[in-house]
Design a protein around this ligand. Structure first.
Ligand code: ZN
Length: 253
């Protein structure tokens, strides 16, 4: 069992692992966006998710069964997400990449905040709000253009074929994008260090990525509040606030 440290010792050890690694990859989850005002929907009773069961409204069957209701819920949520700003934890990862110390960010988040923070190589394994696509002809629409697609019933409709337009985020009941998962697995296999930030690492198949790094002889470090499935295998385990811990890490490098 790795010791849970929030002291300089833990940050110093993480900095030293990063300095010694040839390839460092970050894996981020909802916890990194909480300081930007985006609640982790798995935390009950928070914000927009208070009155709904995400497993129901965010399910592909719900989209097809009642597209109007789906968009009634998602339309305001997407415009709200589109206005959120990255926080200093996102910025810290962008700085690590710019300094040549981080190869890529693999994220479960759909909020685009890593890209907004300046990260160049971002693999969005759950898709993102950046685009929506027609479920019939695959025509793609940028976030800014989706507002013009709504018909009188409040359903986003394709201008090419009048098919239903769906956000390019992975809903429950859908497979993860294959190309993104393949790239994520290759990065994790090559990484000497997988830096997991703000994720409980419980949601599969993304939750299996640390196993890929470990099986290839790499190490994992975990920066998140609360327990994760990999606490016993982490070379470094930091349990503090993600912004504070990553800022101290950047300083320590
Ligand atoms: Zn279409």
């Amino acid at each position: 069992m790795a010791r849970q440290v929030t002291t300089d010792e833990g940050v110093g050890r993480l900095a030293s692992l990063i300095r010694d690694a040839r390839s460092v990859v970050a894996l981020t989850g909802a916890g990194i966006s909480v300081p930007s005002g985006i609640p982790d929907f798995r935390t009950p009773g928070k914000g927009l998710w208070e009155k709904v069961d995400p497993m129901k409204v965010a399910h592909i069957d719900a989209f097809h069964a009642d597209t109007r209701e789906f968009w009634r819920f998602y339309r305001p949520r997407f415009s709200e997400l589109g206005e959120k700003r990255p926080n200093r934890a996102h910025t810290a990862l962008a700085e690590l990449e710019a300094a040549g110390r981080l190869d890529a960010v693999i994220t479960q988040n759909i909020d685009r905040l890593h890209t907004k923070a300046g990260s160049e190589r971002v693999i969005e394994v759950h898709g993102s709000i950046a685009t929506s696509s027609c479920t019939s002809c695959s025509a793609s629409y940028p976030l800014e253009g989706v507002g013009e697609l709504f018909d009188a019933d409040g359903i986003a409709t394709c201008v090419c074929c009048t098919g239903k337009v769906k956000p390019d985020v992975v809903l429950f009941g859908e497979l993860l994008p294959e190309a993104a998962m393949t790239e994520a697995q290759a990065l994790c296999a090559k990484a000497d260090l997988l830096l997991c930030v703000g994720s409980s690492l419980e949601v599969y198949p993304v939750g299996g990525l640390p196993e890929v790094t470990l099986a290839s002889g790499g190490q994992i470090a975990i920066v998140t509040q609360g327990p994760t499935s990999y606490d016993g295998e982490a070379a470094v385990r930091l349990d503090g606030d993600v912004v504070t811990e990553l800022e101290r890490l950047v300083e320590a490098l």
